[in-house]
Design a protein around this ligand. Structure first.
Ligand code: PEP
Length: 249
């Protein structure tokens, strides 16, 4: 079975509704012939506008976070059912900014991932080491721990709706990219973890993206690597021309 590569934009806390409409409308014609799956993970408040602007196109809309509970006293949070009602297809979990600034742990990443999968959503779960961890030679240990943690109690069947994004934290928003070889090597380690947990077929078919300052200039080199099945794009996803160049790498 051939797997389709996936390029997803993470807009983070950017774009008003008016700007969302403009961006998606500009993007639609630029990516219409894309060979990969195209996803835009937008702020919650932009989901409806983004979906309407993307209607009839090959652009899928994703969210950037999801809570694990069905409902209840969790001020400021959004449930998987709420996202489903808005016809969101993908949701990010475990982004390093959530881990760094909002106290997200391997356990909460797992809870959020499971809740999204239970609701029928697809999940892009992010893992990646800090610069200090890389310098201490702990990259393999960290991504292994994060991958095992994120996938705890997720079935082989559910895994089919999971994409993993390997994002070295020091490369996010910094203009520093992991070398294509380094990214490839670490993704290989993550794939080996998936193989140990789910077997060879699942490991081969799961899509593992690279993320971290990926842009029109470095996309081709990164995407040419054997283990890299896509990209998670922050800064460059905010400009339709740049994002389209990555999509059409
Ligand atoms: C991200 O936020 O997931 C990301 C990769 O950001 P950037 O492309 O800006 O480094």
């Amino acid at each position: 079975m051939t797997k389709k590569t996936i390029i997803a934009g993470n807009w983070k806390m950017n774009k008003t509704n008016a700007e969302t409409k403009e961006l998606i409308q500009a993007l639609v014609p630029l990516v219409k012939d894309a060979k990969c799956e195209v996803v835009c993970c937008v702020p919650f408040t932009d989901i409806v506008t983004a979906r309407k602007a993307a209607r009839g196109s090959n652009i899928k809309i994703g969210a950037q976070n999801v809570h694990w509970a069905e409902k209840g006293a969790f001020t400021g949070e959004i449930s998987a059912e709420m996202l489903k009602e808005l016809k969101v297809q993908y949701v990010l979990t475990g982004h390093s900014e959530r881990r760094q600034y909002f106290g997200e742990t391997d356990e909460t990443v797992n809870l959020r991932t499971k809740a999204a999968l239970n609701a029928g959503l697809k999940v892009i779960v992010c893992v990646g080491e800090l610069l200090s961890e890389r310098e201490a030679g702990k990259t393999a240990e960290v991504v292994t721990r994060q991958t095992i943690g994120a996938l705890k109690d997720i079935s082989k069947q559910e895994l089919k709706r999971v994409v993993i994004a390997y994002e070295p934290v020091w490369a996010i928003g910094t203009g520093k990219t992991a070398t294509a070889q380094d990214a490839n090597d670490t993704i290989k380690i993550i794939r080996k973890v998936v193989r140990k947990l789910y077997g060879r077929a699942s490991a081969n078919s799961i899509r593992i993206q690279y993320g971290g300052s990926m842009n029109p200039k470095n996309a081709s080199e990164l995407m040419a690597m054997k283990e890299i099945d896509g990209g998670l794009i922050g800064g460059a996803s905010l400009k339709p021309e740049d994002f389209a160049k990555v999509v059409n790498y």
